[in-house]
Design a protein around this ligand. Structure first.
Ligand code: ADP
Ligand code: TRP
Length: 337
């Protein structure tokens, strides 16, 4: 709910894949915790997904899926406004205005665009812009519009998105310089840095959909058990002492179990006598009861005729009301309309 005495926190979630435990630990849980002290707006960045996805059913499905996953994981729509980016058309009008005060050179230096050019360079492609659409190039401007249209104070993001938030602040500064103080200048917070480290995947590298090593948040019980069993371990024998901190199984346990359970497991591993198989069973027993209610609520929300559509429609009404206020100021300042 909008509370004018509190600062505003806003973040966007791209609907490009099924959420995994890394997202839960690094984005969802810290995002929900942060929302306790802010007026929070979280949205599904469906138009951002259009820079890469070319399948209507896929975008539609991931949009519902990501919204359902956040709600199932504890986002209370009574306290946090959740909406679809595409339901706030004011964003796209502001994006045009912002593009007119944004230096092209700033976009040339954006990470995602530079990475695409580097890939072409490595592949020996003479056209460094091959495969780059204008949506990808303009992505940081649209993201700035998402942020500025809601008078955002702070943006919780992963480290990889911090540059985009700095861009949003730069662009806000350029606008205010040209037209007078009109838009609020945001700053980023990287919540996962305060709350935990990077969660490893089943091969021990960072859990990421691009590595194909994830444990999906919504994996059914049987699949969850199978994936936990597959987590890579070294070949230390059961009776040998083990280093808990170099084990992906232990690092996962640490994020989900109580401090007492974690401390006890640490002691037993260091003493020897506990095998990786035992620890995997413990991890499953800790994970499954935490994920079961999330799976159930998610299935309810994804069912046709659930209250998901009403939740998103209500979020859109609240978000548009805010956006309208900001856009009115911007139109006034620029002399449009
Ligand atoms: P992926 O690497 O699977 O593509 P994203 O880049 O979509 O994940 O990440 C979305 C959010 O989840 C970001 O805020 C990111 O910091 C967080 N996140 C992703 N993977 C992890 C992980 N393994 N540990 C902690 N946080 C993660
Ligand atoms: N670019 C972000 C990502 O890829 C998603 C996003 C879009 C976003 N608009 C935003 C995040 C505004 C924070 C604020 O994860």
């Amino acid at each position: 709910m909008t509370d004018s005495t509190r600062k505003t926190s806003l973040t966007g979630i791209k609907p490009t894949g099924d959420p995994h435990l890394g997202n839960l630990i690094g984005a969802i849980r810290p995002g929900l915790r942060l929302a306790e002290s802010y007026d929070a707006l979280y949205f599904i960045a469906d138009y951002h997904a259009l820079t890469t996805i070319r399948d209507a059913a896929e975008i539609r499905n991931y949009t519902r899926s990501v919204a359902s996953a956040w709600i199932a994981a504890g986002l209370d729509p009574e306290r946090i406004t959740i909406y679809r980016q595409s339901d706030v058309p004011e964003t796209f009008e502001l994006a045009w205005v912002l593009s007119c005060v944004t230096a092209k050179g700033l976009m040339n230096r954006a990470h995602a665009y530079k990475a695409a050019r580097d890939r072409n360079l490595e592949a020996g492609d003479a056209d460094l812009d091959a495969g780059v659409n204008m949506g990808l190039f303009n992505y940081p401007v649209l993201m700035a519009a998402d942020i500025l249209i809601m008078d955002t104070d702070v943006v919780p993001v992963g480290r990889d998105q911090a540059q985009h938030v700095e861009y949003a602040a730069d662009i806000a500064g350029s606008f205010n310089h040209a037209f007078g103080e009109t838009v609020r200048v945001p700053s980023s917070v990287i919540p996962s840095e305060e709350t935990g480290r990077t969660l490893p995947g089943i091969d021990g590298r960072k859990m990421s959909k691009s590595y194909g090593n994830t444990i999906p948040l919504l994996a059914p019980e049987k699949q969850l058990k199978k994936l936990v069993r597959r987590i890579a371990t070294d070949s230390t024998a059961v009776e040998e002492p083990k280093d808990p901190d170099s084990s992906a199984v232990f690092q996962l346990l640490e994020q989900f179990a109580s401090p007492e359970v974690t401390a006890d497991a640490r002691k037993r591993l260091e003493a020897g006598g506990t095998g990786w198989g035992d620890l995997k069973n413990e991890l499953f027993e800790v994970l499954n009861p935490q994920l079961e209610p999330i799976r159930e609520r998610y299935a309810e929300l994804m069912a046709p005729g659930s209250d998901l559509d009403e939740i998103l429609a209500a979020g859109a009404v609240q978000a548009r009301a805010r956006a309208h206020t900001v856009l009115t100021r911007v139109r006034e300042a620029t002399g449009i309309g």
